[in-house]
Ligand binder design. Structure first.
Ligand SMILES: Nc1ncnc2c1ncn2[C@@H]1O[C@H](COP(=O)(O)OP(=O)(O)OP(=O)(O)O)[C@@H](O)[C@H]1O
Length: 293
């Protein structure tokens, strides 16, 4: 399958901040990929590199087989950034016409508005739309130029459940017709509803790149934490680290791990078991730093 967007060993710095650290990623034709990660993980930076808004500090970014800096290449994509500002005095129908006119081919206006639940608002001025309606319009505009690929950065932030579902339907319809999508989200639920492949990013690195099912299984991991000098070999430990005199073990089976810990007879205190966030789970599992436990 052809890669429509490609990052090869891409690093991006903003002064002292290392936003992306040697990221390699291929988005192939027809894929719907979810980019999941906490605030500051580097998701928007990656999207901005793919769509040519920024350049990498090192490494290579390719878009539709060419350079994202080339405006002709960019005609083949649609983008909704995290924040958008649309002219308040234009009507919904007018802005769709205006954006569409920039592309050699465009999606039928009625069909586009219908897809994103905006048909009743065609004559409404943008200034008179609710926040959720504006967001849906901003996302719909990414599809106006019959793109081969769309990039959606946090498309449903601020939307209520119904508006979110309507937007998801629009994205799915595009994908069902063969369109390629890369979207970012903080919400596992959103990625789960749409994407088959999920790329988890944290601290500028790709922590996991797998099917939704595999990532979901990883989310079930727990952190077993206690204070101890030495820890015996224990079963089912996916990752471990030592922090302030405590040992943190990541496992899918905390009950068994605790039973084996007690059985081992090794002294310990302050036992805690808690769920991990997605980022914690992946950072722990992929951490090179296994500490001397
Ligand atoms: N223009 C900039 N100048 C300085 N630092 C920046 C700039 N843009 C991003 N950063 C930093 O780069 C890192 C990655 O930011 P980025 O916006 O890509 O993350 P994100 O995963 O999209 O986060 P969010 O979910 O909050 O949007 C953060 O530490 C951020 O503060």
């Amino acid at each position: 399958m052809t890669a429509l967007a490609r990052a090869i060993e891409v690093t991006r710095r903003y002064g002292e901040v290392l936003a992306l650290d040697r990221v390699s990623l291929d988005i192939r034709a027809g894929e719907l990929v979810g980019l999941l990660g906490p605030n500051g993980a580097g998701k928007s930076t990656l999207i901005n590199l793919f769509v040519g808004l920024r350049r990498p500090t090192s490494g290579t970014v390719e878009l539709l087989g060419g350079s994202p800096q080339n405006p002709v290449t960019r005609r083949g994509i649609g983008v909704t950034p995290q924040e958008t500002g649309l002219p308040e005095s234009l009507r919904v129908g007018e802005i769709v016409g205006f954006v569409s006119a920039h592309f050699p081919e465009h999606t039928d206006k009625g069909e586009l508005l219908d897809r994103f639940g905006l048909s009743d608002l065609v004559k409404r001025q943008i200034g008179g739309l609710s926040g959720g309606q504006k967001r849906r319009l901003a996302v719909a505009l990414a599809f106006a130029g019959k793109p081969r690929m769309v990039f959606l950065d946090e498309p449903t932030t601020g939307l209520d459940v119904e508006a979110r579902r309507s937007l998801w339907d629009g994205v799915r319809a595009f994908h069902d017709e063969g369109g390629t999508v890369l979207l970012t989200s903080h919400y596992l639920e959103e990625i789960e509803a749409l994407a088959e492949r999920v790329v988890v990013v944290g601290q500028g690195r790709v922590l996991a790149d797998d099917t939704m099912r595999a990532v979901r299984d990883m989310v079930g991991v727990r952190r077993v934490s206690f204070a101890a000098e030495v820890v015996p070999e224990l079963p089912g430990v996916l990752g471990s680290e030592r922090e302030d005199g405590r040992i943190n073990l990541v496992t899918t089976d905390p009950d068994r791990l605790v039973v084996e810990l007690v059985r081992s007879g090794a002294p310990f205190s302050g036992l805690e078991i808690r769920p991990t966030t997605l980022e914690e789970a992946f950072l722990a599992i992929t951490s090179k730093e296994t500490a001397d436990v």
